[in-house]
Design a protein around this ligand. Structure first.
Ligand SMILES: Cc1ncc(COP(=O)(O)O)c(C=O)c1O
Length: 359
């Protein structure tokens, strides 16, 4: 069997959920489990959070149906709402909470014949300019949807663009836009993603929406997961499958892009870009081999990557390699590769077997 596995510590996820809840006592929290629970396996994550989570948030109806099959009662929030008119009926059958972010969605909802009314979250575009109504439109639609037969609760939601930049003026402005609408009598309000849960108490409202923090990574460039008190859930581990010595001026990997400047020992690791390791990770990106931190060298291949073992002379074929996880925060790898932990975690591909544990 190919020695590559993503080990998911489900107790880290339940503990991280508890951290989110402790940040905002008395509030409820939708665990954001879209994109296969950020790559961690939606079924296992939802099952682990079964007795704990107040609700779950997903990106589409297909994801919602998967969660509903495991969770008969929990609230499930469809973050982008329905993509066409036919989806409302199915959403009602599944008993979902739906975002309504556009006139088209609002009109389709009002035209729908539903077997039961839906909890509706009117989305305010408070400054991100991706989805949502401006304040005036939102007030109009509040009026139109209040009391409509298709609507159970009428709620308010918005999303921050820059909550990961501490002290951001844009975030202040977004918060003000949201607060300005609170003269309307919404049943529930939701604004805070992980960054806001952790650092902006004024944004906590009624329902939190923690995503990345559940998985033990940081949304911030200047605060580590450890500093935030969350524990990494996924360790991506492989093995050293080959070792060789290369002389000065020998090159390594596709394109010969890395050249040895000293006599070097090169290790080959059973993980590549078809597993979700970023192909654009540059030489120097950290990798843990047998507990030692070494550097990636040469281009990442589809199924393998190479590391410089010159300063880890005891490393040998069969040694455990951690690409990220308990010993090496995914955020460090992401920083080296010019991306974010979110992308690395959610892009671990289906061919990587997931193993689950609880410590
Ligand atoms: C609308 C919405 N709310 C909450 C989240 C969770 O954000 P985070 O993973 O930064 O906590 C996301 C994630 O992208 C989102 O799109």
């Amino acid at each position: 069997m190919r020695p590559l596995v993503a080990t998911i510590d489900l107790s880290a996820i339940t503990q991280n959920y508890a951290v989110a809840k402790r940040c905002a006592p008395g509030r409820q929290a939708f665990a954001v489990v879209k994109a296969n629970a950020y790559g961690h396996g939606v079924r296992e994550v939802v099952t682990a959070l079964h007795d704990l989570a107040d609700g779950f948030a997903v990106a589409c109806l297909e994801e919602a149906a998967e969660v509903r099959a495991l969770q008969g009662e929990a609230r499930i929030l469809l973050l982008e709402g329905c993509f066409d008119a036919n989806e409302y009926q199915f959403a009602a059958q599944l008993g979902l909470d739906v975002v309504v972010h556009s006139e088209q969605q609002a009109q389709q909802l009002l035209a729908a014949t539903l077997n039961r009314p839906l909890n509706v979250w009117l989305k305010l575009d408070s400054g991100m300019h991706r989805l949502g109504f401006n304040a005036a439109q939102l007030r109009d639609w509040y009026g139109c949807l209040s009391g409509a037969e298709q609507v159970a609760e009428l709620n308010l939601i918005s999303h921050f663009a820059c909550a990961d930049e501490r002290g951001s003026e844009a975030t202040e402005h977004q918060l003000e836009q949201f607060l300005d609408l609170l003269d309307l009598d919404f049943a529930q309000r939701s604004l805070a993603n992980s960054a806001a849960i952790l650092t902006i108490p004024a944004a906590h409202m009624d329902w939190l929406r923690p995503g990345i923090m559940l998985y033990g990574a940081t949304p911030f460039a200047d605060l580590t997961a450890k500093e935030l008190g969350v524990r990494p859930a996924m360790s991506l581990t492989a093995q050293l499958i080959a070792c060789r010595d290369v002389a000065v001026d020998e090159v390594v990997g596709y394109g010969g892009s890395w050249r040895a400047e000293r006599p070097s020992r090169i290790g080959t690791v059973s993980c590549g870009y078809a597993d979700g390791y970023p192909r654009h990770a540059p030489a120097g990106t950290p990798v843990i081999v047998g507990g030692h931190r070494v550097a990636l060298v040469g281009r990442v291949s589809m199924d393998m990557l190479t590391v410089d073992l010159t300063d880890a002379p005891d490393a040998a074929i069969g040694d455990a390699v951690e690409l990220w996880g308990a010993q090496l925060p995914v955020d460090e790898v992401a920083l080296a590769a010019g991306t974010i932990g979110y992308e690395l975690l959610s892009k671990v591909t289906a061919r990587v077997s997931r193993r689950y544990c609880s410590h």
